[in-house]
Design a binder for this molecule. Structure first.
Ligand code: PAD
Ligand code: ZN
Ligand code: ZN
Length: 376
């Protein structure tokens, strides 16, 4: 492409500090170095994890930073040694790398690549430099993919080529929200047919967990949220009952235990608070119940758990990106999407021009959107 090897000037949304609105400005994006890829982002979703950074509760993020981690685009140019994609390919980016070489990538039971943010903070590219500058100042990357920029530079192992027929403005949500919730049910919990599930939090990720439970054949799917405007969509996607904890005097775990006899088989925490995590754990049955933590709790927080909750066999486990080894899984999930095996389009309630990114965050905060997708 004509821009290959050159610095590109384009728009990006910069987070200059915690608690401040994003500022859409012109930046310079340097060419990719060895084993890096420069991508023209076509569409990106807004996930609550980006909001957690703006709230100052996500660990190890340095400002100023370009957020965004649910994006899809087209390869503009590649650095030396890149073999998996070429300019013009459609790709989805993911904030959980898949290097294919570390001990966890080689372990069939794990998707936690050692190049992940929690092991190696991804504020700069692997060579410890940034490809972004704005007004002469270096801007940090976020989980290496920074999709709130028209162009971004990422390590090769944070993207995957997808079918050329894929509509990028739709499949971008497979980069985080959809894959996380759906995979949490299928891969992490391994929901069995005929079982009972409870999902705490009906945002883009929680509703994807509803879809995953339904696809796995759950008989009862109880959806829980304090915002009852989320219930219609939860039912459309497979929830059999919807309940609002604020409608009860008793704790929600007691309500769920009474509704089900001994508690649910699988519970999913998709909010990110200590209280709801404890409630989700206590809602699943004391014998074989599995509680899956998806919500990101504030960095450094602790959750007091009565050990008796675990003594009789309950399990609590976490999941990143729904347990998928993203490099392998993303092309297959896109194929399933094109074959209409699931309908992730139903998560997308708003489509906005990139310049309206702050409006997208406002819709999320107000509980009015599931996923807003920004188009460049
Ligand atoms: P969202 O803001 O769209 O949805 C959260 C939902 O929770 C909303 O519908 C709220 O009304 C509801 N809620 C809030 N408080 C309560 C409460 N006390 N009781 C019941 N419901 C409540 O967020 P999202 O779906 O984009 O993300 C959800 C969480 O998942 C968030 O913590 C995010 O950081 C995390 C996440 N984790 C991963 C991962 O890999 N583990 C990936 C992506 C997102
Ligand atoms: Zn996310
Ligand atoms: Zn790895």
């Amino acid at each position: 492409m004509a821009t290959s090897g050159k610095v590109i000037r384009c728009r990006a949304a910069i987070a200059w500090a915690v608690g401040k609105p994003l500022s859409v400005e012109e930046i310079e994006v340097a060419p990719p170095k060895a084993r890096e890829v420069r991508v023209k982002i076509v569409a990106t979703g807004i996930c609550h994890t980006d909001e957690h950074v703006l709230e100052g509760i996500f660990p190890d993020v340095e400002f100023p930073v370009i957020l965004g981690h649910e994006g899809a685009g087209i390869v503009e140019s590649i650095g030396e040694g890149v073999t998996s994609v070429k300019p013009g390919d459609k790709v989805i980016l993911f904030g959980l790398p898949h290097c294919g070489e570390c001990s966890f990538c080689l372990n069939p039971d794990s998707n936690y690549c050692l190049k992940s943010h929690f092991s190696e903070p991804q504020n700069l590219l692997p060579d410890k430099t940034s490809r972004f500058t704005c007004k002469g100042k270096q801007i940090h990357h976020f989980v290496w993919i920074s999709t709130f920029s028209e162009y971004t530079v990422v390590p090769e192992y944070t993207l995957a080529k997808v079918d050329a027929a894929a509509p990028l403005d739709k499949v971008c949500v497979l980069g985080c929200g959809f894959s996380t919730g759906y995979g949490a049910a299928i891969n992490t919990a391994k929901v069995k047919p005929g079982s009972t599930c409870a999902i705490f939090g009906l945002g883009g990720v929680g509703l994807s967990a509803v879809m995953g439970c339904k696809a796995a054949g759950a008989a009862r799917i109880i959806a829980i949220d304090i915002n009852q405007d989320k219930f219609a969509k939860a039912k459309q996607l497979g929830a059999t009952e919807c309940i609002n904890p604020r409608d009860f005097k008793k704790p929600i775990q007691q309500v769920l235990t009474e509704m089900t006899g001994h508690g649910v088989d699988y519970s999913f925490e998709v909010i990110g608070t200590a209280d709801t995590l404890i409630a989700a754990l206590a809602s699943c049955n004391m014998n074989t119940g599995v509680c899956v933590m998806i919500g990101v709790t504030p960095a450094g927080s602790t959750v007091p758990i009565d050990p008796f909750l675990l003594l009789s066999g309950r399990t609590i486990k976490g999941t990143l990106l729904g347990g998928w080894k993203m490099g392998d899984a993303i092309p297959k999930l896109v194929t399933s999407y094109l074959q209409k095996k699931f309908n992730s389009d139903l998560l997308i309630t708003h489509t906005l021009p990139f310049a309206k990114i702050n409006e997208g965050f406002e819709l999320l905060r107000a509980g009015k959107s599931i996923r807003s997708v920004l188009l460049y």
